[in-house]
Design a protein around this ligand. Structure first.
Ligand code: ATP
Ligand SMILES: Nc1nc2c(ncn2[C@@H]2O[C@H](COP(=O)(O)O)[C@@H](O)[C@H]2O)c(=O)[nH]1
Length: 187
């Protein structure tokens, strides 16, 4: 029987965290934990699917396992969200910034399978955000944030715990993800 675990997908903005979780859902039926945010939806994002989009007032009423401020917006995830996803499948995923990933590793231990995504060329990250359709002003604000700088490196608290995947080549990334899922499906 597969042990319940959460794949915590973290890394810099634009590194492919959301893309990886979509792939895990499509390919392996791994439900994604939906988190809460006060940021405005991007084009095509849907409330209760991509995020629970909150006002600052409604955000404050929720009970979080962890919450952070990222580039001026608030984000948070709950134990209830994890349980709801685990009711559907033993292997689930969540997208978090590196501060959230450190908290999950501390709180959940081996139940948290942390994947740190990185991209060799930093220019590629900004090009990907532009291609994704992010407004230039939002990209500039994000790139100037201290969280952006921080997430460029694997935090000390995740060294020896995280699986590092260089997401330059999507085909190679898929191969590494397939191996990781197979390993945890068998444990
Ligand atoms: N290996 C890859 N090669 C090229 N483009 C990629 C690759 N992986 C993801 N992308 C593209 O890069 C863009 C950013 O990816 P994604 O939204 O998954 O990043 P993210 O890490 O979730 O970003 P953020 O933290 O800003 O939400 C998307 O348009 C996605 O299609
Ligand atoms: N610690 C947490 N980080 C979260 C959560 N939900 C999303 N995120 C991370 O925030 C940034 C920005 O996300 P974006 O969708 O605005 O690009 C990114 O690193 C996400 O991984 C959360 O609940 N907790």
């Amino acid at each position: 029987m597969t042990t319940p675990r959460v794949f915590v997908v973290t890394g810099p903005t634009g590194s492919g965290k959301t893309t990886v979780c979509r792939y895990l859902l499509d390919q392996f039926k791994m439900p994604q934990v939906i988190t809460h945010t006060t940021r405005a939806p991007r084009a095509g994002e849907v409330n209760n699917v991509d995020y629970y989009f909150e006002t600052p007032t409604s955000f404050a009423t929720k009970h979080y396992l962890e919450h952070v401020t990222y580039s001026g917006n608030q984000y948070g995830s709950s134990r209830e969200g994890l349980q709801a996803a685990w009711e559907k499948a033993p292997l689930i995923s969540i997208v978090l910034d590196t501060a959230g990933a450190v908290t999950y590793a501390q709180e959940l231990g081996d139940q948290a399978v942390v994947i740190y995504l990185e991209v060799t060329q930093q220019d590629a990250l900004i090009a990907r955000l532009t291609k994704r359709g992010d407004e230039a002003s939002r990209i500039q604000k994000r790139v100037a944030s201290k969280e952006y700088e921080r997430d460029q490196q694997l935090p000390a608290g995740l060294v020896g715990h995280a699986h590092v995947i260089v997401n330059d080549d999507w085909e190679q990334t898929k191969t590494e993800l397939q191996a990781l899922v197979a390993r945890y499906q068998a444990e």
